[in-house]
Design a protein around this ligand. Structure first.
Ligand SMILES: Nc1ncnc2c1ncn2[C@@H]1O[C@H](COP(=O)(O)OP(=O)(O)O)[C@@H](O)[C@H]1O
Ligand SMILES: [Mg+2]
Length: 258
């Protein structure tokens, strides 16, 4: 049984068909790309998988369990984490606190513990802080741990957002245009960073990206959508030479830049 299995996923916004009959299977350790022109339905697919929207039709199975109808936090607990197209950090909070809050989805102590602030609660709190700090250290962000998130450079904020997603201990990580707004140096860093995450955490990564350099260099397989429909699926080499893909991207600079 594949770890992730998406079957016939379809979504309408009123009369607009944003996603139609989308299918995908992923295993632990996979690195899959999702590309397509603006408005093709990519972010909507992530929103359907993470429970932000309920699909009009179709199934999202994680280890055989159907996630459709679950609330986003229930899906997080089952092992799917994401980042957003525009960074969503708690700007005024420290980098460390941004990570700690995410770990709340994994907190083991019960309601009574938290009311009485018993020993278990404080042990748990200490452990959350330590693990959050370790996570930051892995990414060279420990020196910024007590800085307000908004004071970090853009590329670092992206890393904090990814670290925060990892704090929920996902088996599948969804990245929505992580390279958006980055300069070429930051993009190279990001590519290295994503590959490091896959190695160190042994999880599956599914990435939407407009920067073809990122997609073509790090993904093993790429799915291409246009107007909500899958138009191609294959290796970077197959996608690069696919006439339907080239046609869909006519007029877009992104593809030429690869
Ligand atoms: N919440 C929404 N309500 C109505 N239409 C939406 C909503 N979100 C996205 N859309 C529409 O669905 C289509 C796909 O959008 P989106 O998934 O954001 O595309 P992409 O991420 O590929 O650029 C677009 O036509 C967009 O305008
Ligand atoms: Mg999008």
């Amino acid at each position: 049984m594949p770890m992730l299995q998406i079957k016939h996923l379809t979504h309408y916004f009123g009369g607009l068909r944003a996603v139609y009959d989308f299918n995908l299977e992923m295993e632990q350790g996979d690195l899959v790309g999702l590309i397509g022109p603006n408005g093709a339905g990519k972010t909507t697919i992530f929103n359907l998988v993470t429970g932000a929207y309920r699909p009009t039709e179709g199934e999202v199975l994680l280890d055989g369990e159907n996630l459709v109808g679950m609330r986003p936090h229930e899906i997080t607990t089952r092992g799917i984490a994401r980042t957003f197209q525009t960074i969503r950090l708690w700007n005024e909070l420290s980098v460390l606190d941004n990570i700690c809050i995410a770990r709340a989805s994994r907190i083991q102590y019960g309601l009574v513990d938290s009311i009485l602030h018993g020993k278990r609660y404080w042990d748990e709190e200490r452990q959350i802080k330590r693990r959050a700090f370790d996570l930051l250290a892995m990414f060279g962000l420990d020196k910024e741990a007590h800085e307000a998130a908004k004071n970090l450079p853009y590329g670092e904020q992206r890393k904090v957002e990814i670290a925060r997603a990892l704090a929920t201990e996902p088996r599948l990580l969804l990245l929505d245009e992580p390279a958006a707004g980055m300069n070429p140096g930051e993009i190279s860093d990001l590519m290295e960073f994503i590959q490091q995450i896959r190695r160190d955490f042994n999880l599956a990564i599914w990435i939407i990206e407009h920067q073809m350099r990122v997609i073509m260099n790090i993904c093993e397989r790429i799915k291409v959508v246009d107007f909500g429909e899958t138009i191609a699926y294959g290796t970077p080499e197959e996608i690069r030479n696919n006439p339907r893909v080239i046609e869909a991207y006519l007029g877009e600079e992104a593809f030429d830049a690869a």
